[in-house]
Design a protein around this ligand. Structure first.
Ligand code: FEO
Ligand code: CA
Ligand code: CA
Ligand code: CA
Length: 590
């Protein structure tokens, strides 16, 4: 039943104040516990965190920076235990001016020391920590043998699939082109049915200095956004981040990486069959005849939505038999038409324009230059594809388009219906057979689609359930999404520096997808000032919602931060952290 007479939504929680503040805020009747913060030890016997004494070696034993994707993997493997498991977290990028004292935003690239740069590189990657709940309180098991950091400074990662070993992936440090040090800019990700985690390398162009125009990969690097102007100081100390010295190093990033969190000795693998671009996420689903399908969007203005269909079938009886599934299959890109249809166009070497006359000499070239291959096939340029996830209840797929202020009026279409789209929108993609759990044919050539909602406030041409102003709340710039056990959509938002201008808090919103309350969005949780919300993820029983507070205080400095969340201590800067949200009565959220 609805919480208020006349409110058609099945979501009955009370909304917190829709305002931006230095602290977090959650729906009354809930508690948001700070579970783990940047710098917290993930190994027994370490000193309490002191950012003034942060070293690279120390950072590799501590929770990394700017947590994004989160996954909860129950212990033991394959169970639905909801009070004990592994928390997997991506560490997407760094804000050195908030990590180290004395740095200025304008001059940091010249003034950062080697030690600071190495600590920054070590703060990138991924973290696996064992967590446990007693009563209402979650805690990290510091001495767990599962705890692990993947760092961009030292973790060896294998390459597999069509591009592994290709000359365009070889460097002086890796003449075989089969082992990369580190994984960069891991944004969101996904969990496979066999209990591994996929993490998605996104804005990899930002790390490389040197002039890409002077390399044999100039056109490829330009298409991936490399401009010879890095956001980081890394190329001053590490030749591999200077494209003039190592022109192939960027080709070793921009992939989807598979990790087995249950095996601390597992060598992570970059699965090149899934293509190379700015992967936001990688969502895995299984078709009724056990084919494995991965959806993954390319988050940049006018980029595309992709899908990979594995050649071999999922084997639920033998976990290890599935570990190579993502190395062989068909990558496709989406073309949306104005009549509500979607067709998947295969990116296969030798087919259509993907031939030597166009510079493609193998499937390796197709995956290394996925964006150019998709351009030639006539894929539909979208308003920044962020997360794409399939409802476990209906099999319908939700595609989040976060915003695109560069779309001119003459390039508007039904799938991207607003020019100067500041607030973003969400599309509903319907594979044949969708409607019940496990019946959707995610591998079909054609889907149907429609618009779920256009975000923003009423004055922005927004479109939600008509009773949103009365019973709900508007959101801006949807980014990561997840579903609760009833198949309702939970939406994390990220307006970046536009948050204050829009006057809309970033955080978590939720809505029904079916029935009378469809697209009636309600507000659940607000992040602290200048943060974005990432990684929402429920425990299997739906009683805990984990969420990642990323970059609190962004665009300010260590010495003068805009918030000191979550510690609020005078000598501590803001710290990206994971929160665990629970109802005070312990019942499922929603
Ligand atoms: Fe890392 Fe597209 O957000
Ligand atoms: Ca982010
Ligand atoms: Ca994102
Ligand atoms: Ca975003």
């Amino acid at each position: 039943f609805a919480g208020t007479m006349g409110d058609p939504s099945t979501l009955t929680f009370v909304q917190p104040s829709h305002t931006i503040s230095p602290d977090q805020a959650v729906s009354p009747g809930h508690a948001a516990q700070v579970l783990v913060r940047w710098g917290d030890p993930i190994e027994a016997g370490l000193e309490p965190f002191d950012p003034r004494r942060l070293t690279a070696a120390g950072q590799e034993k501590r929770f990394g920076y700017n947590n994004d994707f989160l996954a909860f993997l129950p212990l033991p493997v394959g169970s639905t235990v909801s009070d004990h498991g592994l928390l997997c977290a991506n560490f997407e990028y760094t804000n050195p001016e908030l990590m180290f004292p004395g740095l200025e935003i304008k001059t940091k690239l010249e003034t950062m020391t080697r030690e600071q740069v190495d600590a920054e590189i070590a703060a990138h990657g991924h973290g696996i920590v064992e967590i446990r709940r007693e009563g209402d309180t979650w805690s990290v098991v510091e001495a767990s043998p599962f705890n692990r950091r993947l760092s961009a400074l030292s973790t060896r990662i294998a390459l597999s699939g069509p591009a592994a070993g290709h000359p365009r992936l070889r460097t002086s440090a890796d003449p075989d082109g089969r082992t990369v040090i580190g994984t960069l800019n891991n944004c969101s990700g996904g969990v496979t049915p066999w209990g591994t985690v996929l993490i998605a390398e996104e804005n990899i162009d930002t790390y490389f200095g040197g002039d890409p125009k002077k390399t044999q990969e100039a056109a490829n690097h330009a298409r991936m956004g490399l401009k010879g102007k890095s956001r980081y100081a890394w190329s001053r100390f590490h030749d591999r981040f200077n494209v003039e010295k190592e022109p192939n190093e960027p080709n070793r990033f921009g992939w989807v990486v598979e990790i087995d969190p249950y095996d601390p000795t597992f060598t992570p693998v970059k699965r090149t069959a899934l293509g190379r671009f700015k992967h936001e996420a990688a969502t895995v689903v299984v078709t009724p005849d056990r084919k494995v399908v991965v959806y993954t969007g390319d988050d940049e203005a006018f980029e595309y939505l992709y899908r990979f269909v594995a050649a071999r079938k999922y084997d639920p009886t033998r976990r290890q038999a599935n570990f190579g599934l993502l190395d062989e299959g068909t990558l496709s890109v989406a073309r949306f038409d104005d009549e509500g249809g979607l067709v998947w166009l295969p990116l296969v070497f030798g087919q259509g324009p993907l031939i030597p006359a166009n510079g493609f000499n193998s499937q390796a070239d197709v995956v290394i230059e996925t964006r150019r291959a998709a351009d030639l096939l006539g894929a539909t340029p979208m308003d920044r594809p962020e997360d794409v996830e399939a409802s476990p209840v209906t099999g319908k797929v939700y595609m989040v388009l976060t915003n695109n202020t560069k779309r001119p009026p003459e390039k508007v279409s039904r799938a991207n219906p607003r020019s100067d789209n500041r607030h973003g929108h969400i599309l509903e993609l319907i594979p044949p057979g969708a409607g019940k759990p496990g019946t959707a044919h995610h591998d079909a050539e054609r889907f149907r689609w429609s618009v779920l909602l256009l975000a923003g406030a009423e004055k922005d041409g927004a479109h939600y359930h008509p009773k949103t102003a009365q019973y709900g709340q508007w959101l801006s710039c949807p980014d990561n999404i997840t579903f609760d056990r009833k198949g309702r959509l939970w939406i994390a938002t990220d307006q970046g520096s536009a948050q204050a201008r829009h006057g809309i808090p970033d955080g978590i919103y939720a809505c029904d997808l079916e029935g009378e309350g469809r697209a009636l969005v309600k507000f659940f949780y607000a992040v602290p000032k200048d943060a974005e919300m990432c990684g929402p993820c429920f425990t299997p029983d739906g009683t805990t919602l984990f969420a990642a507070v990323q970059h609190p205080g962004e665009d300010s400095t260590f010495d003068s931060p805009s918030t000191r969340w979550p510690d609020f201590k005078d000598d501590m800067p803001p710290r990206p952290s994971v929160v665990a949200i629970r109802r005070k009565d312990g019942r499922p959220i929603g």
